[in-house]
Design a protein. Structure first.
Length: 185
């Protein structure tokens, strides 16, 4: 990237030459905002360190004497850093973001497997008569989906697979997690 102010090459949120705040990355990727690799497996410490580093250089308080354009970009960076923190700190939201490009778990597509959807409906009906058994079955289903999802991400991060299988697993997980919440799990 070229600095909009001094026209020198720059590669971060602030130009190393003139110190001007730069525009957000054009791809609007939350991992890029924090300078993190696109991975499912990031520790909270890695994310918090990246947030602190970005905040340290783009926070509006550091740019109060700058022009209006830079102050506005500092505010945009700060808002985006906060959004990235909220999304990437939560492993489920991070997974949704990697797979669907957004972190809103309720906007994920519905599973296409009708037998699965019928089973979720049956759990809700059976919970009235045998809540203990249904809770156990829902917990097992959630654990199974989480393990299968973990295997997809491990394969993807090691270059041995893609994220396509995660789409259906995350869609199913949303239904299972919502059912578990309704059942008090």
């Amino acid at each position: 990237m070229i600095c909009w102010k001094c026209r020198e090459p720059t590669g971060g949120p602030v130009c190393v030459g003139c110190g001007a705040v730069q525009p957000l990355p054009p791809e609007d990727d939350l991992f890029a905002v924090l300078g993190l690799p696109r991975r499912a497996h990031l520790t909270e410490e890695q994310i918090e360190h990246a947030v602190r580093e970005r905040s340290r250089v783009v926070h509006p308080d550091r740019h109060v004497s700058a022009g209006a354009v830079e102050r506005r970009m500092a505010l945009q960076w700060t808002a985006k850093v906060n959004e990235a923190r909220r999304t990437l700190r939560d492993p489920v939201k991070r997974a949704y973001y990697l797979v669907f490009g957004q972190a809103d778990t309720e906007r994920a597509p519905q599973p296409s497997d009708l037998a699965f959807l019928e089973r979720v409906f049956a759990w809700r009906m059976e919970a009235e008569t045998d809540p203990v058994a249904v809770r156990r079955e829902v917990a097992l289903a959630r654990d199974d989906l989480e393990q299968r999802l973990e295997a997809v991400f491990v394969a993807w991060e090691s270059g041995r697979g893609d994220l396509e299988p995660a789409r259906d697993l995350l869609s199913r997980l949303r239904f299972v997690v919502n059912t578990a919440r309704e059942l008090g799990l």
